[in-house]
Design a protein around this ligand. Structure first.
Ligand SMILES: C[S@@+](CC[C@H](N)C(=O)[O-])C[C@H]1O[C@@H](n2cnc3c(N)ncnc32)[C@H](O)[C@@H]1O
Length: 262
């Protein structure tokens, strides 16, 4: 019997892979990786001895279904292979890692979890936005922007005095903003959208709840992106000039509050 490692790859910068993730990748026989795993990390995978399977590939918009991925992991482990299931960010932050583990457990497959650095924290950080700060809200909430999550209590969310970090929210931005404002969130609350964070293509838009939809449409913002709603976004203005994380890349920056768009 082999073994499955469920591994978080972090948000894209290969240097944000953990030492443990790297160790596991080096001993893997097969690596099943997602679309969200950064391009530079995909390059790094090619230097391992493992067989690489792109389970996020969208040939004609079709990507491998979750059931197929689950079955493939089980089959490979039963063949005695060391399997790495490599996922963007952290496997358990809206990453279906929990579902995969359930399936492995139901099929008697031994596994190990290697947590990753989630985009929910690292992407704002690379954009100069600490998701908490003692001067601002005393809580932080991670939210999926997918429409089907109707179970969310928007009233509570809007009134929580929390930094709200939204993943998978771009296609639903208009609804999210409407619901927050309708439920009492101040329309002047600062908002940042960080597209392709922690990569050479990172783009940061800063606005407020009232104007963000218009600006995101104008700038044609695309997934993957993180939306941060809260006063902590203000810190970026002070920090960005000295921030060195992506200094070697000419990444775009759109600050829509004072029209410094370029
Ligand atoms: C299916 S969720 C997976 C999140 C992942 N498990 C994590 O912890 O980062 C995918 C969403 O994560 C966010 N995301 C992941 N990587 C990102 C990046 N490099 N830049 C911006 N957003 C990212 C986007 O909101 C994207 O739609």
């Amino acid at each position: 019997m082999g073994k499955v490692y469920i591994v978080g790859a972090g948000p894209g910068d290969p240097e944000l892979l953990t030492v443990k993730a790297l160790k596991v990748l080096r001993k893997a026989d097969v690596i099943l990786y997602d679309e969200l795993v950064g391009d530079e990390i995909k390059e790094l995978l090619r230097t391992t001895k493992a067989e690489l399977i792109d389970v996020g590939k969208r040939a004609g918009r079709h990507k491998m279904k979750q059931d197929e991925i689950n079955e493939l992991m089980v089959r490979l482990a039963k063949e005695g292979k060391i399997v790495v299931r490599l996922k963007g960010g952290d496997p358990f932050v809206f990453g279906r890692g929990g579902e995969e583990l359930e399936y492995l457990a139901e099929n008697g497959i031994p596994f190990e979890i290697v947590p990753g650095i989630t985009s929910a924290i690292a992407v704002p950080a690379y954009a100069g936005i600490p998701i908490t700060h003692r001067k601002f809200d005393p809580a932080v909430v991670f939210v999926t922007g997918r429409e089907w999550r109707e179970r969310l209590n928007w009233k509570a969310l809007a009134n929580l005095n929390a930094t709200i970090v939204i993943l998978m929210g771009i296609s639903n931005l208009k609804n999210i903003v409407r619901r927050l404002i309708e439920n009492g969130k101040n329309p002047k609350t600062p908002v940042a959208i960080i597209e392709r964070g922690c990569s050479r293509d990172q783009r940061v838009l800063v606005s407020d709840l009232e104007k963000v939809v218009e600006i995101a449409e104008k700038e044609k913002v695309k997934a993957p992106a993180i939306i941060v709603v809260g006063d902590v976004v203000r810190l970026r203005e002070k920090l960005a000039r000295f921030l060195q994380n992506l200094k070697d890349f000419d990444h775009a920056d759109v600050d829509c509050r004072d029209d410094r768009s370029r």
